[in-house]
Design a protein. Structure first.
Length: 301
């Protein structure tokens, strides 16, 4: 690529190119919104610090600033937006890509959310306020569904396949519903009762808000519902969220003797390695090394 030089570095401002970049990229609406939020914040930071043409060092400083109040995953998503913006600017011959080789935060493979025990799952169900709450929780724990998959469920997505009730879902990073999960008969009976009771016609979970009445519920609402259900039984911490339901699904499946490949298939993981993290967590919990040493050293104390 030819050498890129700016006639006047003081005239260059990132904010003047964000709109053009957002129009250029070919990503999902959700990703585009994430980029928009990330870049708006980035531009605000540059303005507050009187930076017009940031250097590599200044972007690293911005990363460190984000780490002081954002979660690691959020910081990394913001960095992706900034890197892609600079790749676009370099491609257009506007400025050099000063983000090359700037590292993301190393998060590690451990799960950040706790799984529920079988007893806790029963407590959550016993304290559910209504049938909708029960179904949302069970779709997470029994079927391993994500928030986005839940909000996009329509009645037409339930189909019979080889005498099994299958629910076709809009999976992660998918453009259409190409994958399915098997719905146990007991859960489907509960879903039918809910559909009849509330006269559901399109989306399984509809919104009651004024601006989106009878439209599909939001992922934020789904997460808040589950979070509130956990709080009722004393699970009020960042370690418990909707993702804890998927974690619970995997953990209980493995504990009950399910093969790791079956669990991976049910969770719709692209890689078996992703699923083995759950197995690794269980192995660590059941590791007896510390107890064996403690028994030796402390037996006479």
């Amino acid at each position: 690529m030819k050498e890129i030089t700016l006639k006047n570095k003081n005239e260059f401002e990132i904010k003047n190119y964000v709109g053009k970049f957002l129009d250029y990229i070919d990503v999902s609406k959700k990703t585009s919104e994430t980029y928009k939020i990330a870049l708006k914040q980035f531009c605000g930071y540059l303005y507050a610090n009187n930076i017009k043409n940031p250097t590599r060092e200044e972007i690293i400083e911005y990363r460190e600033y984000l780490k002081t109040y954002l979660k690691p995953n959020t910081v990394n998503s913001y960095l992706i937006a900034i890197r892609n913006l600079y790749s676009f600017l370099e491609y257009e011959g506007i400025t050099k890509n000063v983000t090359k080789n700037i590292k993301s935060i190393n998060i590690g493979e451990e799960h950040k959310k706790n799984a529920l025990t079988q007893k806790q799952c029963k407590e959550v169900l016993e304290n559910a306020k209504n049938i909708r709450e029960k179904i949302i929780f069970l779709l997470g724990v029994v079927c391993g569904l994500r928030a986005n998959e839940m909000v996009n469920i329509k009645l037409e997505d339930f189909k019979i396949k080889d005498d099994k009730i299958c629910l076709y879902v809009l999976g992660k990073a998918r453009d259409y519903k190409q994958d399915f999960v098997v719905i146990p008969n007991d859960l489907f009976d509960l879903i039918k009762e809910y559909i009849d009771k509330y006269k559901i016609e399109n989306y399984l979970f509809v919104s009651n808000s004024n601006h989106n009445h009878n439209g599909k519920i939001t992922t934020k609402t789904i997460r808040c519902i589950v979070k509130e259900m956990f709080k009722r039984i004393g699970l009020d911490s960042e370690e418990y969220s909707l993702h804890s339901c998927r974690h619970t699904f995997a953990t209980l499946s493995i504990k009950n003797g399910m093969d790791i490949r079956e669990v991976s298939q049910a969770l719709r993981h692209k890689s078996l390695q992703t699923t083995t993290i759950y197995l690794h967590d269980l192995e660590k919990i059941n590791n007896k090394c510390s107890n064996s040493i403690s028994n030796i050293l402390l037996e006479e104390i």
